[in-house]
Design a protein around this ligand. Sequence first.
Ligand code: FES
Length: 335
Amino acid sequence: MSSEPAECSDAVPVIAPGTVRLLVRQARWVARGVVELRLTRPGGGALPSWAPGAHVEMALPSGLRRSYSLCGDPADSEAWTVAVHRVPDGRGGSREIHDTALVGRELEVAGPVNRFPLVPAAGYLLLAGGIGVTPLLPMARELNARGLPWRLVMGARDRSRLAYAAELVALGGDRVLLVPQDEAGLPDLAAELAATPPAHAVYACGPQPMLDAVTALCRAADPPRTPYLERFATAASGPLDQSGLQSGEFEVVLARSGLRMTVPADRSVLEVVREKLPDVPYSCEEGYCGTCETRVTAGLPDHRDTVIDPSERPTATTMMICVSRSDSPVLTLDL
Ligand code: FES
């Protein structure tokens, strides 16, 4: 996952358990517009262990903090590896990483944290949209090592943007399907899901429309299934629209004061609420830390965070207001 969380350098980082100062030891291109960074302790030595699906939060030289999935090998205890997709019209984190000579510099890196872990299953379908392959690559490696059935489908705009394609094909052979959109269109998610046994777990990481399609297909399946999703922002999304989805407007009512506000398509609930309640707590603005969790007293939240398990969303009485939106015209919050 390469993400573009909102600028929050003044917020307290809550990506416990710890922060380490790491040297950017090496950078290499792994696809068009995607650079891989290898981070180690300046003097060498083991780093905290991690499992596939984990991410870390990097403090960039400018002070921006950005989260990236670890995409290396968990067995490589001396290095953490991330891959960053340059988003020209994003909020600056990926541009800074691409445009700054980082090799040889030290950065503070917090984590790792894992909100996208592999669950026990009879087999796995891994669906990647573009740079969304990053958390899925170590999953594929681990599933391969464990001898479990898996399949990975990766779509990207064209072949040059299929990050880690050679590694994946070397790993999985015909279990890996690469779908360059300019040659083959979008991946046939319906066919992939239909061919996946119900006992297999479905993991997806990519832009919001892809995740929405996976969610809808899983809900409509017989029996319905719950996919495991990891979201990231896209270049097309607005500066505070973490989803990449061009959602419509909706209204938010603050129950304690009765204040009513409009949340436009390109702003988050958090941003709008903070205009009236500047002390409302928040940190990551990416839906993974849980700091902004808010009780919903009326309305239908459209959960887009990774704090609330997908299986619990239908009955959840709270929402992460930094990324989640609304499926109903009005949401009433206990604020
Ligand atoms: S601020 Fe971290 S989940 Fe909302």
